[in-house]
Design a binder for this molecule. Structure first.
Ligand SMILES: Nc1ncnc2c1ncn2[C@@H]1O[C@H](COP(=O)(O)OP(=O)(O)O)[C@@H](O)[C@H]1O
Ligand SMILES: [Mg+2]
Length: 510
């Protein structure tokens, strides 16, 4: 009984133990099963993800096998974009091979396929032919993958029509610009380190070069007149975007040419450079010179009347003295002094007139600007006082010297003061003020005349712009030219019905 009982208990324990074991096994199996399920789910998902990726990337993907002779069978798999782009269905494409879609001849394509096989990845450009015959430029990147001892090729194809189109546009634009530059009637040239490195036809012609070689490589300073070299350096150093300069050159034919140049900083062949746009103003300059000449004659003509008047006054008084002496009056010191000063005046006036009428002496020399102003005022004094205009001066005690052409500067102030007189028909005061700053002198001519409108102000200095019945509209043009020639500048302030102030600034010699 004991044994039996023992046997039974043992049996029972064993069974219970086995049940526990089974339970554990079961749990294990259960958990394994869920892992497997998860893995399969995961695999499923990743397959889906892969398919999504495969079909939704923007590049066409072809999966194929190429044999050693460079011949390929039909595509094994293609993604959606691959068959859509070429206008086929998936089924149609799976019955086709690279030979059906590449535009190369069979033999050429075999060579390409051979190179694909001989390297891990290859990138090249080709064209694909659509079902309807249109061609699409593509860039292909191939990858060779080994699976189960066999090599397969994955070929990723990017549509580069847009890139090609952009490249074409750039090429065309470049050509257009080239044509534009080449056919421009303005000279266009490029300088690097002050040497010519590019010149269009017009520039070559302008500089008298028959071939590019005659000009390219030469220094700009070989041709630019010495007095413009400094100006050119300043222009290109501080010129900013669009600085202008009038300059004179001796061209390769030995001809003198006048140009207006605009300098623009650019990058040329990867280095900083200056692009010059050069306009030939030789003819314009000649015409201007003619106008200046004409204007000179005109002012001389106008002055002549005033001068005749100026001379007649002292002459009349001299005649009076002669008559006095004839009638027996004995000349005394007082009479003789008056006669002498009248003769002096005639002398001054006629020599002034002669300086003006003489062709300009273009050599610069030191000019005492206040002395010059006094002379001009003396010359115009009578005309002013006839109109009940007084000329007030505010001069400096020190002597101010500018480097200039005496007769030209004289002309500037004659023009400005005459203009001031002409706008004050009811008389008044014209003020001439001399002020100096560090390196320049400012000479202001202030009138209380009719003033100017904005439109008039804008057009000042334009040839033939005049508001006067008998005006020439050349005076200010000449004035601006002369001031420019002296490296000076002129400012104008004007208020309608209140008056105008012209201020001439000239560099001084220190
Ligand atoms: N001081 C001034 N006040 C008002 N207008 C002036 C003055 N100076 C010049 N102008 C204007 O500028 C124009 C051009 O002057 P200018 O070139 O000397 O030619 P012109 O004196 O023969 O008219 C004048 O007709 C006038 O309209
Ligand atoms: Mg005038």
């Amino acid at each position: 009984m004991d044994v039996m009982e023992l046997g039974y208990d043992q049996e029972k324990d064993k069974l219970l133990h086995e049940i526990d074991q089974l339970k554990i096994e079961n749990e294990k199996l259960k958990s394994e099963l869920s892992t497997t399920k998860e893995i399969s789910k995961y695999l499923n998902e990743s397959e889906q993800r892969f398919e999504q990726l495969f079909n939704n990337i923007s590049d066409a993907v072809y999966y194929l096998k190429i044999d050693k002779e460079g011949v390929s069978g039909n595509f094994i798999e293609v993604n959606k974009i691959a068959y859509k782009r070429l206008g086929y269905t998936r089924e149609e494409m799976l019955n086709m091979s690279p030979f059906d879609i590449d535009y190369h001849e069979r033999e050429e394509l075999i060579q390409i396929l051979e190179s694909i096989m001989s390297t891990e990845t290859l990138i090249f450009e080709t064209m694909h032919v659509c079902k309807d015959g249109t061609l699409i430029p593509v860039e292909i990147k191939t990858h060779n993958v080994v699976m189960d001892g066999e090599t397969f090729t994955l070929s990723v194809c990017r549509d580069i029509s847009e890139r090609k189109q952009a490249e074409r546009v750039i090429r065309d634009t470049k050509k257009q610009y080239q044509r534009l530059v080449e056919s421009s009637t303005n000279g266009i040239a490029v300088l690097q380190d002050d040497k010519w490195v590019f010149a269009n036809e017009a520039a070559l012609k302008l500089f008298g070069a028959h071939t590019k070689d005659q000009l390219l490589g030469k220094s700009i300073y070989d041709m630019l007149y010495p007095e413009f070299i400094e100006k050119y350096k300043i222009l290109t150093k501080f010129g900013g975007k669009h600085a202008r300069l009038n300059s004179t050159w001796k061209n390769l034919d030995g001809r003198e040419i006048h140009t207006e140049i605009v300098s623009i900083p650019i990058i040329f062949r990867d280095r900083v450079a200056k692009q010059l746009i050069i306009q030939d103003v030789t003819e314009r300059k000649q015409a201007e010179d003619l106008m200046i000449q004409a204007e000179k004659m005109n002012v001389v003509g106008q002055l002549a009347a005033g001068i005749a008047h100026e001379i007649r006054n002292p002459l009349t008084s001299l005649k009076g003295f002669v008559q006095l002496f004839r009638s027996g009056t004995v000349p005394n010191d007082k009479f003789l002094n008056i006669m002498e000063s009248e003769l002096e005046r005639i002398d001054v006036i006629s020599s002034e007139f002669l300086t003006l009428a003489k062709p300009y002496n273009v050599d610069f020399s030191p000019v005492d600007i206040q002395e010059l102003l006094k002379n001009v005022i003396a010359l115009l004094g009578t005309e002013a006082s006839k109109q009940r205009i007084s000329i007030d001066t505010s001069f400096l005690n020190e002597t101010i010297i500018v480097d200039g052409v005496n007769a030209e500067l004289k002309k500037v102030f004659i023009n400005l003061i005459k203009n001031a007189i002409e706008v004050m028909p009811d008389g008044g005061t014209i003020k001439i003020i001399v002020e100096n700053s560090e390196e320049a002198v400012d000479i202001s001519i202030q009138d209380h005349g009719i003033g100017m409108t904005d439109e008039q102000l804008r057009r000042l200095g334009e040839p033939f712009f005049t508001t006067k019945e008998t005006g020439t509209g050349l005076g200010l043009m000449v004035t601006y030219k002369i001031i420019d020639h002296h490296h000076g500048e002129m400012k104008v302030k004007s208020k309608l019905n209140e008056g105008t102030t012209f201020t001439v600034r000239l560099p001084v010699i220190t």
